[in-house]
Design a protein around this ligand. Structure first.
Ligand SMILES: C[S@@+](CC[C@H](N)C(=O)[O-])C[C@H]1O[C@@H](n2cnc3c(N)ncnc32)[C@H](O)[C@@H]1O
Length: 223
């Protein structure tokens, strides 16, 4: 791997850091995405709801986080949420994957699968159910432009119709990503770009009709 990602995670705890602020935006967007994702099963008010395209029959919302780190963006948010959620966290670093597992256990989250695997290899997603929400945070800044393109192009194959992607990228390079998402069938739900910090957080929804291509080969490799 290209750098010490355990050490990188320590910047989260620096008071007022750009990374710490980014974390709050990602968590906020994830809360919004959880509320916006299609409902199924008995509704909050008790009335029945028939599952539509992309909805799971029992109402479980599936989250996939690519290069998930220690899962601090996803795990506390799903612990506070009142809908049934399952999460697959794909992370290559054994220490971070172990921390994510520990956090999931501490939060009593039973439906969390932390997979120590290569998220850049399409084979990792064999048999994985399409996600309602997918996070690619801290990925695009570490891969070259061709890999970013391949990854965005592959995302529809990992999502249900109407599925939501939350992504990050620092600085002006984020503008190119917004265009890439638009090219690949996504509509923008939000784009957070503070004047006083370099981080950018985008949230895009996969708009139909979508015909995802086959998911094969390498999507990305960290530089
Ligand atoms: C910039 S950090 C982002 C972590 C997390 N998503 C976040 O935003 O806090 C990048 C993470 O990607 C992981 N990583 C790098 N290459 C990977 C790969 N091919 N498959 C899975 N994880 C990978 C690193 O170990 C690191 O935890």
């Amino acid at each position: 791997m290209s750098r010490d990602w355990v050490e990188w995670h320590e910047f989260y705890t620096t008071p007022g850091s750009s990374l710490g602020r980014r974390l709050e935006v990602v968590r906020r967007d994830l809360r919004r995405a959880l509320s916006a994702a299609p409902a199924s099963g008995p509704g909050r008010s008790g009335e029945a709801h028939r599952a539509g395209p992309g909805e799971s029959v029992d109402g479980t919302l599936r989250i996939v986080s690519i290069c998930a780190g220690d899962g601090r963006d996803v795990l506390p948010v799903i612990a506070e949420h009142d809908r049934k959620v399952s999460a697959l966290l794909v992370e290559l670093d054994p220490t971070l994957a172990a921390r994510a597992r520990e956090t999931a256990d501490d939060l009593l989250l039973s439906d969390v699968d932390v997979r120590m695997a290569d998220a850049g290899d399409a084979r990792t997603y064999a048999g994985v159910q399409p996600a309602h929400i997918l996070l690619t945070c801290g990925v695009f800044g570490n891969v070259d432009a061709a890999d970013a393109r391949r990854t965005v192009a592959a995302l529809p194959a990992l999502l249900v119709p109407g599925g939501i992607v939350i992504w990050t990228r620092a600085g002006d390079a984020s503008l190119e990503l917004r265009s890439l998402f638009a090219e690949h069938g996504f509509t923008e739900l939000s784009f957070t770009a503070p004047d006083d910090a370099p981080f950018r957080v985008g949230m895009h929804r996969l708009a139909g009709p979508v015909r995802p291509g086959p998911l094969t080969g390498r999507l990305f490799t960290f530089r």
